[in-house]
Write a new protein. Structure first.
Length: 256
């Protein structure tokens, strides 16, 4: 069996312990690219620095996550996002989380500002949404966002169908092995509209994930879709390359 060619579409590199070792282990496992998402000021800086050290392998996304809005200076963070767009392949991780204390109006304002940046620059967005799926989709449509991926989607079926109708994607984490809602979303989504991710270093079943764990995500997706793991790897990696298409030449990626 040939080694699979994989991509991890969502990693928090600034939170990974032993990040260099984790990235080398991912390469050894067949991972060809890793999208490093950001949550705020410090993570943007770390992610961009790693992208410079691993050109064409670590691809940076910049953004202010709803969890960080009240934990840091959101104005400085948004300014940082705006100033780093030339170095980013996407804006993310951004969105709405109505399960936290930060006021909905504040979250929506921060989300709107970043969607405006994405619309102006033609960048894709990496979306966090919890207890806010319908509203998140409404805002993406309002700003005419062409490319968006809903990270770790486990939301309502009707919203899933609506976001797929808009041409958006969802991403699959190791939770697909155990979460019924996540599995249902994956089963209802065409393979070409799925991205594989680990959300490293989030813990699954008591163990922190690493980018190399995208291999197990791929194998489970292949099982659910009744295809060979190699086909699942190829088609999801192609989907990520297409998602990042305008940034490919600048960041040394090959066309899908």
């Amino acid at each position: 069996m040939d080694r699979m060619k994989l991509a991890d579409a969502h990693v928090h590199l600034d939170l990974l312990s032993g990040v260099d070792q984790a990235l080398e282990e991912a390469r050894s496992a067949g991972v060809e690219m890793v999208v490093g998402v950001s949550m705020g000021l410090s993570s943007i800086c770390v992610t961009l620095e790693l992208a410079e050290r691993y050109p064409g392998f670590v691809l940076p996304a910049v953004g202010l996550h709803p969890w960080q809005i009240e934990r840091e200076d959101s104005e400085k963070a948004l300014e940082k996002v705006a100033n780093c767009l030339d170095r980013a392949v996407a804006i993310g991780e951004i969105g709405l989380d109505y399960g936290i204390r930060t006021r909905k109006a504040v979250q929506k304002e921060v989300f709107r500002r970043q969607l405006g940046m994405a619309a102006e620059r033609g960048l894709p967005v990496v979306v966090h949404c919890r207890h806010s799926h319908a509203r998140t989709l409404e805002l993406l449509k309002e700003y005419r966002i062409k490319r968006a991926v809903f990270h770790w989607y486990s939301g309502p079926r009707d919203v899933l169908e609506a976001l797929l109708a808009e041409g958006y994607l969802i991403s699959v984490t190791p939770a697909v092995e155990t979460s019924p809602k996540h599995r249902e979303a994956v089963q209802a989504t065409p393979l070409d509209r799925l991205l594989l991710e680990t959300d490293s270093p989030v813990a699954y079943q008591g163990r922190e994930a690493a980018p190399a764990d995208v291999v197990r995500v791929c194998r489970e997706v292949a099982r659910l879709k009744d295809v060979d793991p190699e086909e699942a790897a190829l088609r999801t990696t192609q989907a990520l390359r297409a998602f990042l298409l305008p940034a490919q030449e600048e960041h040394g990626l090959e066309k899908p």
